[in-house]
Design a protein around this ligand. Structure first.
Ligand code: SAM
Length: 501
C-alpha cells in the first residue's frame, strides 16, 4: 500500500514538473528567437551610428543589400574571349578609367601650377577662372558630389549624378564624429584590458562595468610624436600594376559577372569574382618586381591570388594559422595556376603558422596583415558561422588584442625599408585606427624598430570612381571604403606602415 501511495505521489509530482516544463517551453517558444545576425545588426546600430552619423543609415542599408563584385582575369588562362564578354555586358576595364582619370588629374595639377604662376603676375581673377579645368563628375568622391550638387544649379548635373549624390544622403553639417559617446569595456576575457569595442555610453543599460574609452585606452589620446610615429604623405596616386586586368560595373550598375569558365587546355578558371574593396590593400602594398611578400593571414587566398596576378613578387608566402583554411588556399591556387607552371609554383609557398610567432626574421619586403575581424557584412549574412554567436563572445572581444599582436609581429618580420599593410573588413574604429595606434605604441615602447605611417588620403583619390571613401571621418592612420548602394564594396580599412629602421 505504502509503495503504491508513494508511486501515486511520485506520478503526481512528475506530472506537475513536466506540466511546468511544458508551460515554460510553450512560453519560451512564443518569444521570437534573436538570431546571430540580428544581434550583430543591433550591435552595429549601437556602436556605429554615433561614429558614422548621418551616413549610418545608407551604410546600413548597403550592408544589408546585395554586395558588388569585381572580376579579376586570370593571367594563367586564356581570357581574350572573357574580355569581350565583359565588355558586351557593359563592364569597365578599370585600368582604362584609372589611366584617364590620372591623366586629367595631372593636367589639372599642371594647370593650377601655371595658374598660380599667372596669378603672381596678373591678379585678374576672370583670366584665372577661364583657364581652370573642372574635374569630370565620375572622378568626384560621392560626398564631394553631394556637396557640389547642393550648391550648383540643378541643370548642371545630369540626372544620374544627382541621384548618385542624393543616395549618399549626406548632410554636410552631420559629419562630425561623436567621439565623446564611445566607451569600451574593461577586461572580461583575461586578455589585455585595453581594447574591447566602441559602444555609446547611453545604450549600456545593465553593463555598469563598462568604462569610458579614455579610461581604458589612454594611449589613443596620445599624439603621434608620443609614440614615435611620423606621418608621411604619399603624393603620387596609388599604382595599378600593369598585369592586373580587372573589370567592374560603374557606380549604380548592379549587374553580375557570369560564372568563371574552365579553360580545358590549361585546366584553370578564366577569372574570379571578389569584393572589389579587396583590391585596395593589395594596391597599397605596392609590390615591386622581385619583392619577397608575406600574406600573413591569407586564407581563403583572394588577396594572395591578386598579389600573384601582378606577376611582380620574387616570393609569395601565403600563411594562415588554421589547417582547414590553409587547404582552401592550396585549392584556390590549384584552380588558378596551371599544374607544372614551374616559374609560378616555385615562387609560391603556402605555410601554416601562427602569425604572432614569426620571430624577428626581417626577411620580407612587403607584408599584408589582413586580420580576422568583426567581418561586418559576413556577420549580417551568415547566421551559422557568426562571431556574434554567444559561444564566440570571448573570441570576438579578444580580436583587437590578436590584431595588434599580428601587426607588431609583422613589423618585426619586415626588413628595414619594407612596407606593412594592415587591413580589416570592419567599420569598427577600434579594430582599425585603434589597433594601428596600439601596435605602434607597443613597437615604440618594446622594440628599437622605427616606423612611419604613410598617409594615403591623396594617393587613393583617383579611385573615387570606384569607391566611396570615408575621408572626413576623423581617420588618423588608414583609409576606409564605406559600403554604399551605388558601389556596394567593403567595408575595407587599410593602413600602410613603413619600417625605417
Ligand atoms: N586575406 C584573406 C583573403 O583575402 O582571402 C582573408 C583573411 S581572413 C579576414 C583572416 C584570416 O586570418 C583567417 O583565415 C584566419 O584563419 C587567419 N588567422 C587568424 N588568426 C591567425 C594567426 N594567429 N596567424 C595567422 N592567421 C590567422
Amino acid at each position: 500500500m505504502i509503495g503504491l501511495a508513494a508511486t501515486r505521489n511520485q506520478i503526481l509530482i512528475r506530472n506537475s514538473v513536466s506540466f511546468n516544463i511544458l508551460k515554460r517551453h510553450k512560453k519560451k517558444s512564443r518569444e521570437p528567437k534573436v538570431t546571430n545576425s540580428q544581434r550583430a545588426l543591433e550591435y552595429f546600430d549601437i556602436a556605429y551610428a554615433p561614429v558614422y552619423g548621418t551616413r549610418w543609415p545608407s551604410i546600413r542599408l548597403a550592408l544589408l543589400s546585395k554586395p558588388k563584385y569585381m572580376a579579376v582575369l586570370n593571367n594563367f588562362a586564356s581570357y581574350d574571349e572573357t574580355i569581350e564578354r565583359f565588355q558586351n555586358l557593359g563592364a569597365w576595364d578599370i585600368r582604362e578609367k584609372y589611366s584617364a582619370i590620372r591623366e586629367r588629374m595631372r593636367q589639372r595639377r599642371e594647370q593650377s601650377q601655371a595658374t598660380s604662376e599667372d596669378r603672381d603676375e596678373d591678379t585678374d581673377e576672370t583670366s584665372v577662372r577661364s583657364n581652370s579645368v573642372r574635374p569630370s563628375l565620375v572622378e568626384l568622391d560621392d560626398d564631394e558630389l553631394a556637396a557640389r550638387a547642393r550648391l550648383e544649379p540643378e541643370g548642371r548635373y545630369p540626372e544620374e549624378y544627382r541621384l548618385r549624390a542624393a543616395a549618399q544622403n549626406v548632410d554636410a553639417t552631420g559629419l562630425e564624429v561623436d567621439l565623446a559617446s564611445r566607451v569600451i569595456a574593461p577586461s572580461e576575457t583575461g586578455g589585455s584590458s585595453l581594447m574591447m569595442d566602441y559602444v555609446p555610453a547611453t545604450r549600456l543599460k545593465g553593463l555598469e562595468n563598462w568604462m569610458e574609452e579614455a579610461d581604458v585606452f589612454p594611449d589613443a589620446s596620445q599624439g603621434d610624436q608620443d609614440i614615435g610615429v611620423t606621418v608621411v604623405k604619399q603624393e603620387e596616386p596609388i599604382d595599378l600594376p600593369k598585369m592586373l586586368k580587372i573589370f567592374a560595373f560603374e557606380k549604380g550598375n548592379i549587374s553580375d559577372f557570369p560564372q568563371p569558365r574552365f579553360d580545358p587546355q590549361l585546366r584553370v578558371l578564366d577569372h574570379y569574382a571578389m569584393d572589389g574593396a579587396s583590391l585596395l590593400p593589395v594596391l597599397a602594398l605596392d609590390v615591386k618586381p622581385g619583392d619577397r611578400v608575406l600574406d600573413m593571414c591569407a586564407a581563403p587566398g583572394g588577396k594572395s591570388l591578386l598579389v600573384l596576378q601582378t606577376l611582380m613578387p620574387g616570393l609569395l608566402v601565403s600563411n594562415d594559422v588554421s589547417e582547414g583554411r590553409v587547404k582552401r588556399i592550396r585549392s584556390i591556387l590549384k584552380q588558378f595556376v596551371p599544374k607544372g607552371m614551374s616559374t609560378i609554383e616555385n615562387l609560391t609557398v603556402v605555410t601554416q603558422n601562427d602569425g604572432c610567432r614569426l620571430g624577428e626574421a626581417e626577411e620580407y619586403d612587403k607584408i599584408l596583415v589582413d586580420v580576422p575581424c568583426l567581418t561586418d557584412r559576413h556577420s549580417l549574412m551568415d547566421d551559422d558561422n557568426s562571431l556574434f554567436k554567444t559561444s564566440r563572445t570571448k573570441e570576438r572581444l579578444k580580436l583587437p588584442e590578436l590584431q595588434s599582436q599580428l601587426l607588431v609581429s609583422a613589423l618585426q618580420a619586415l626588413r628595414p625599408g619594407g612596407t606593412v599593410v594592415y587591413s580589416t573588413c570592419t567599420l569598427s574604429p577600434l579594430q582599425n585606427d585603434g589597433v594601428v595606434h596600439l601596435a605602434l605604441s607597443r613597437i615604440w615602447q618594446e622594440t628599437t624598430i622605427e616606423c612611419s605611417v604613410v598617409d594615403m588620403s591623396q594617393a587613393v583619390r583617383p579611385l573615387s570612381f570606384l569607391y566611396r571613401f570615408g575621408g572626413n571621418l576623423g581617420l588618423r592612420y588608414g583609409q576606409l571604403i564605406l559600403p554604399s548602394l551605388l558601389s556596394n564594396f567593403g567595408p575595407m580599412y587599410c593602413a600602410k606602415i613603413k619600417r625605417i629602421r
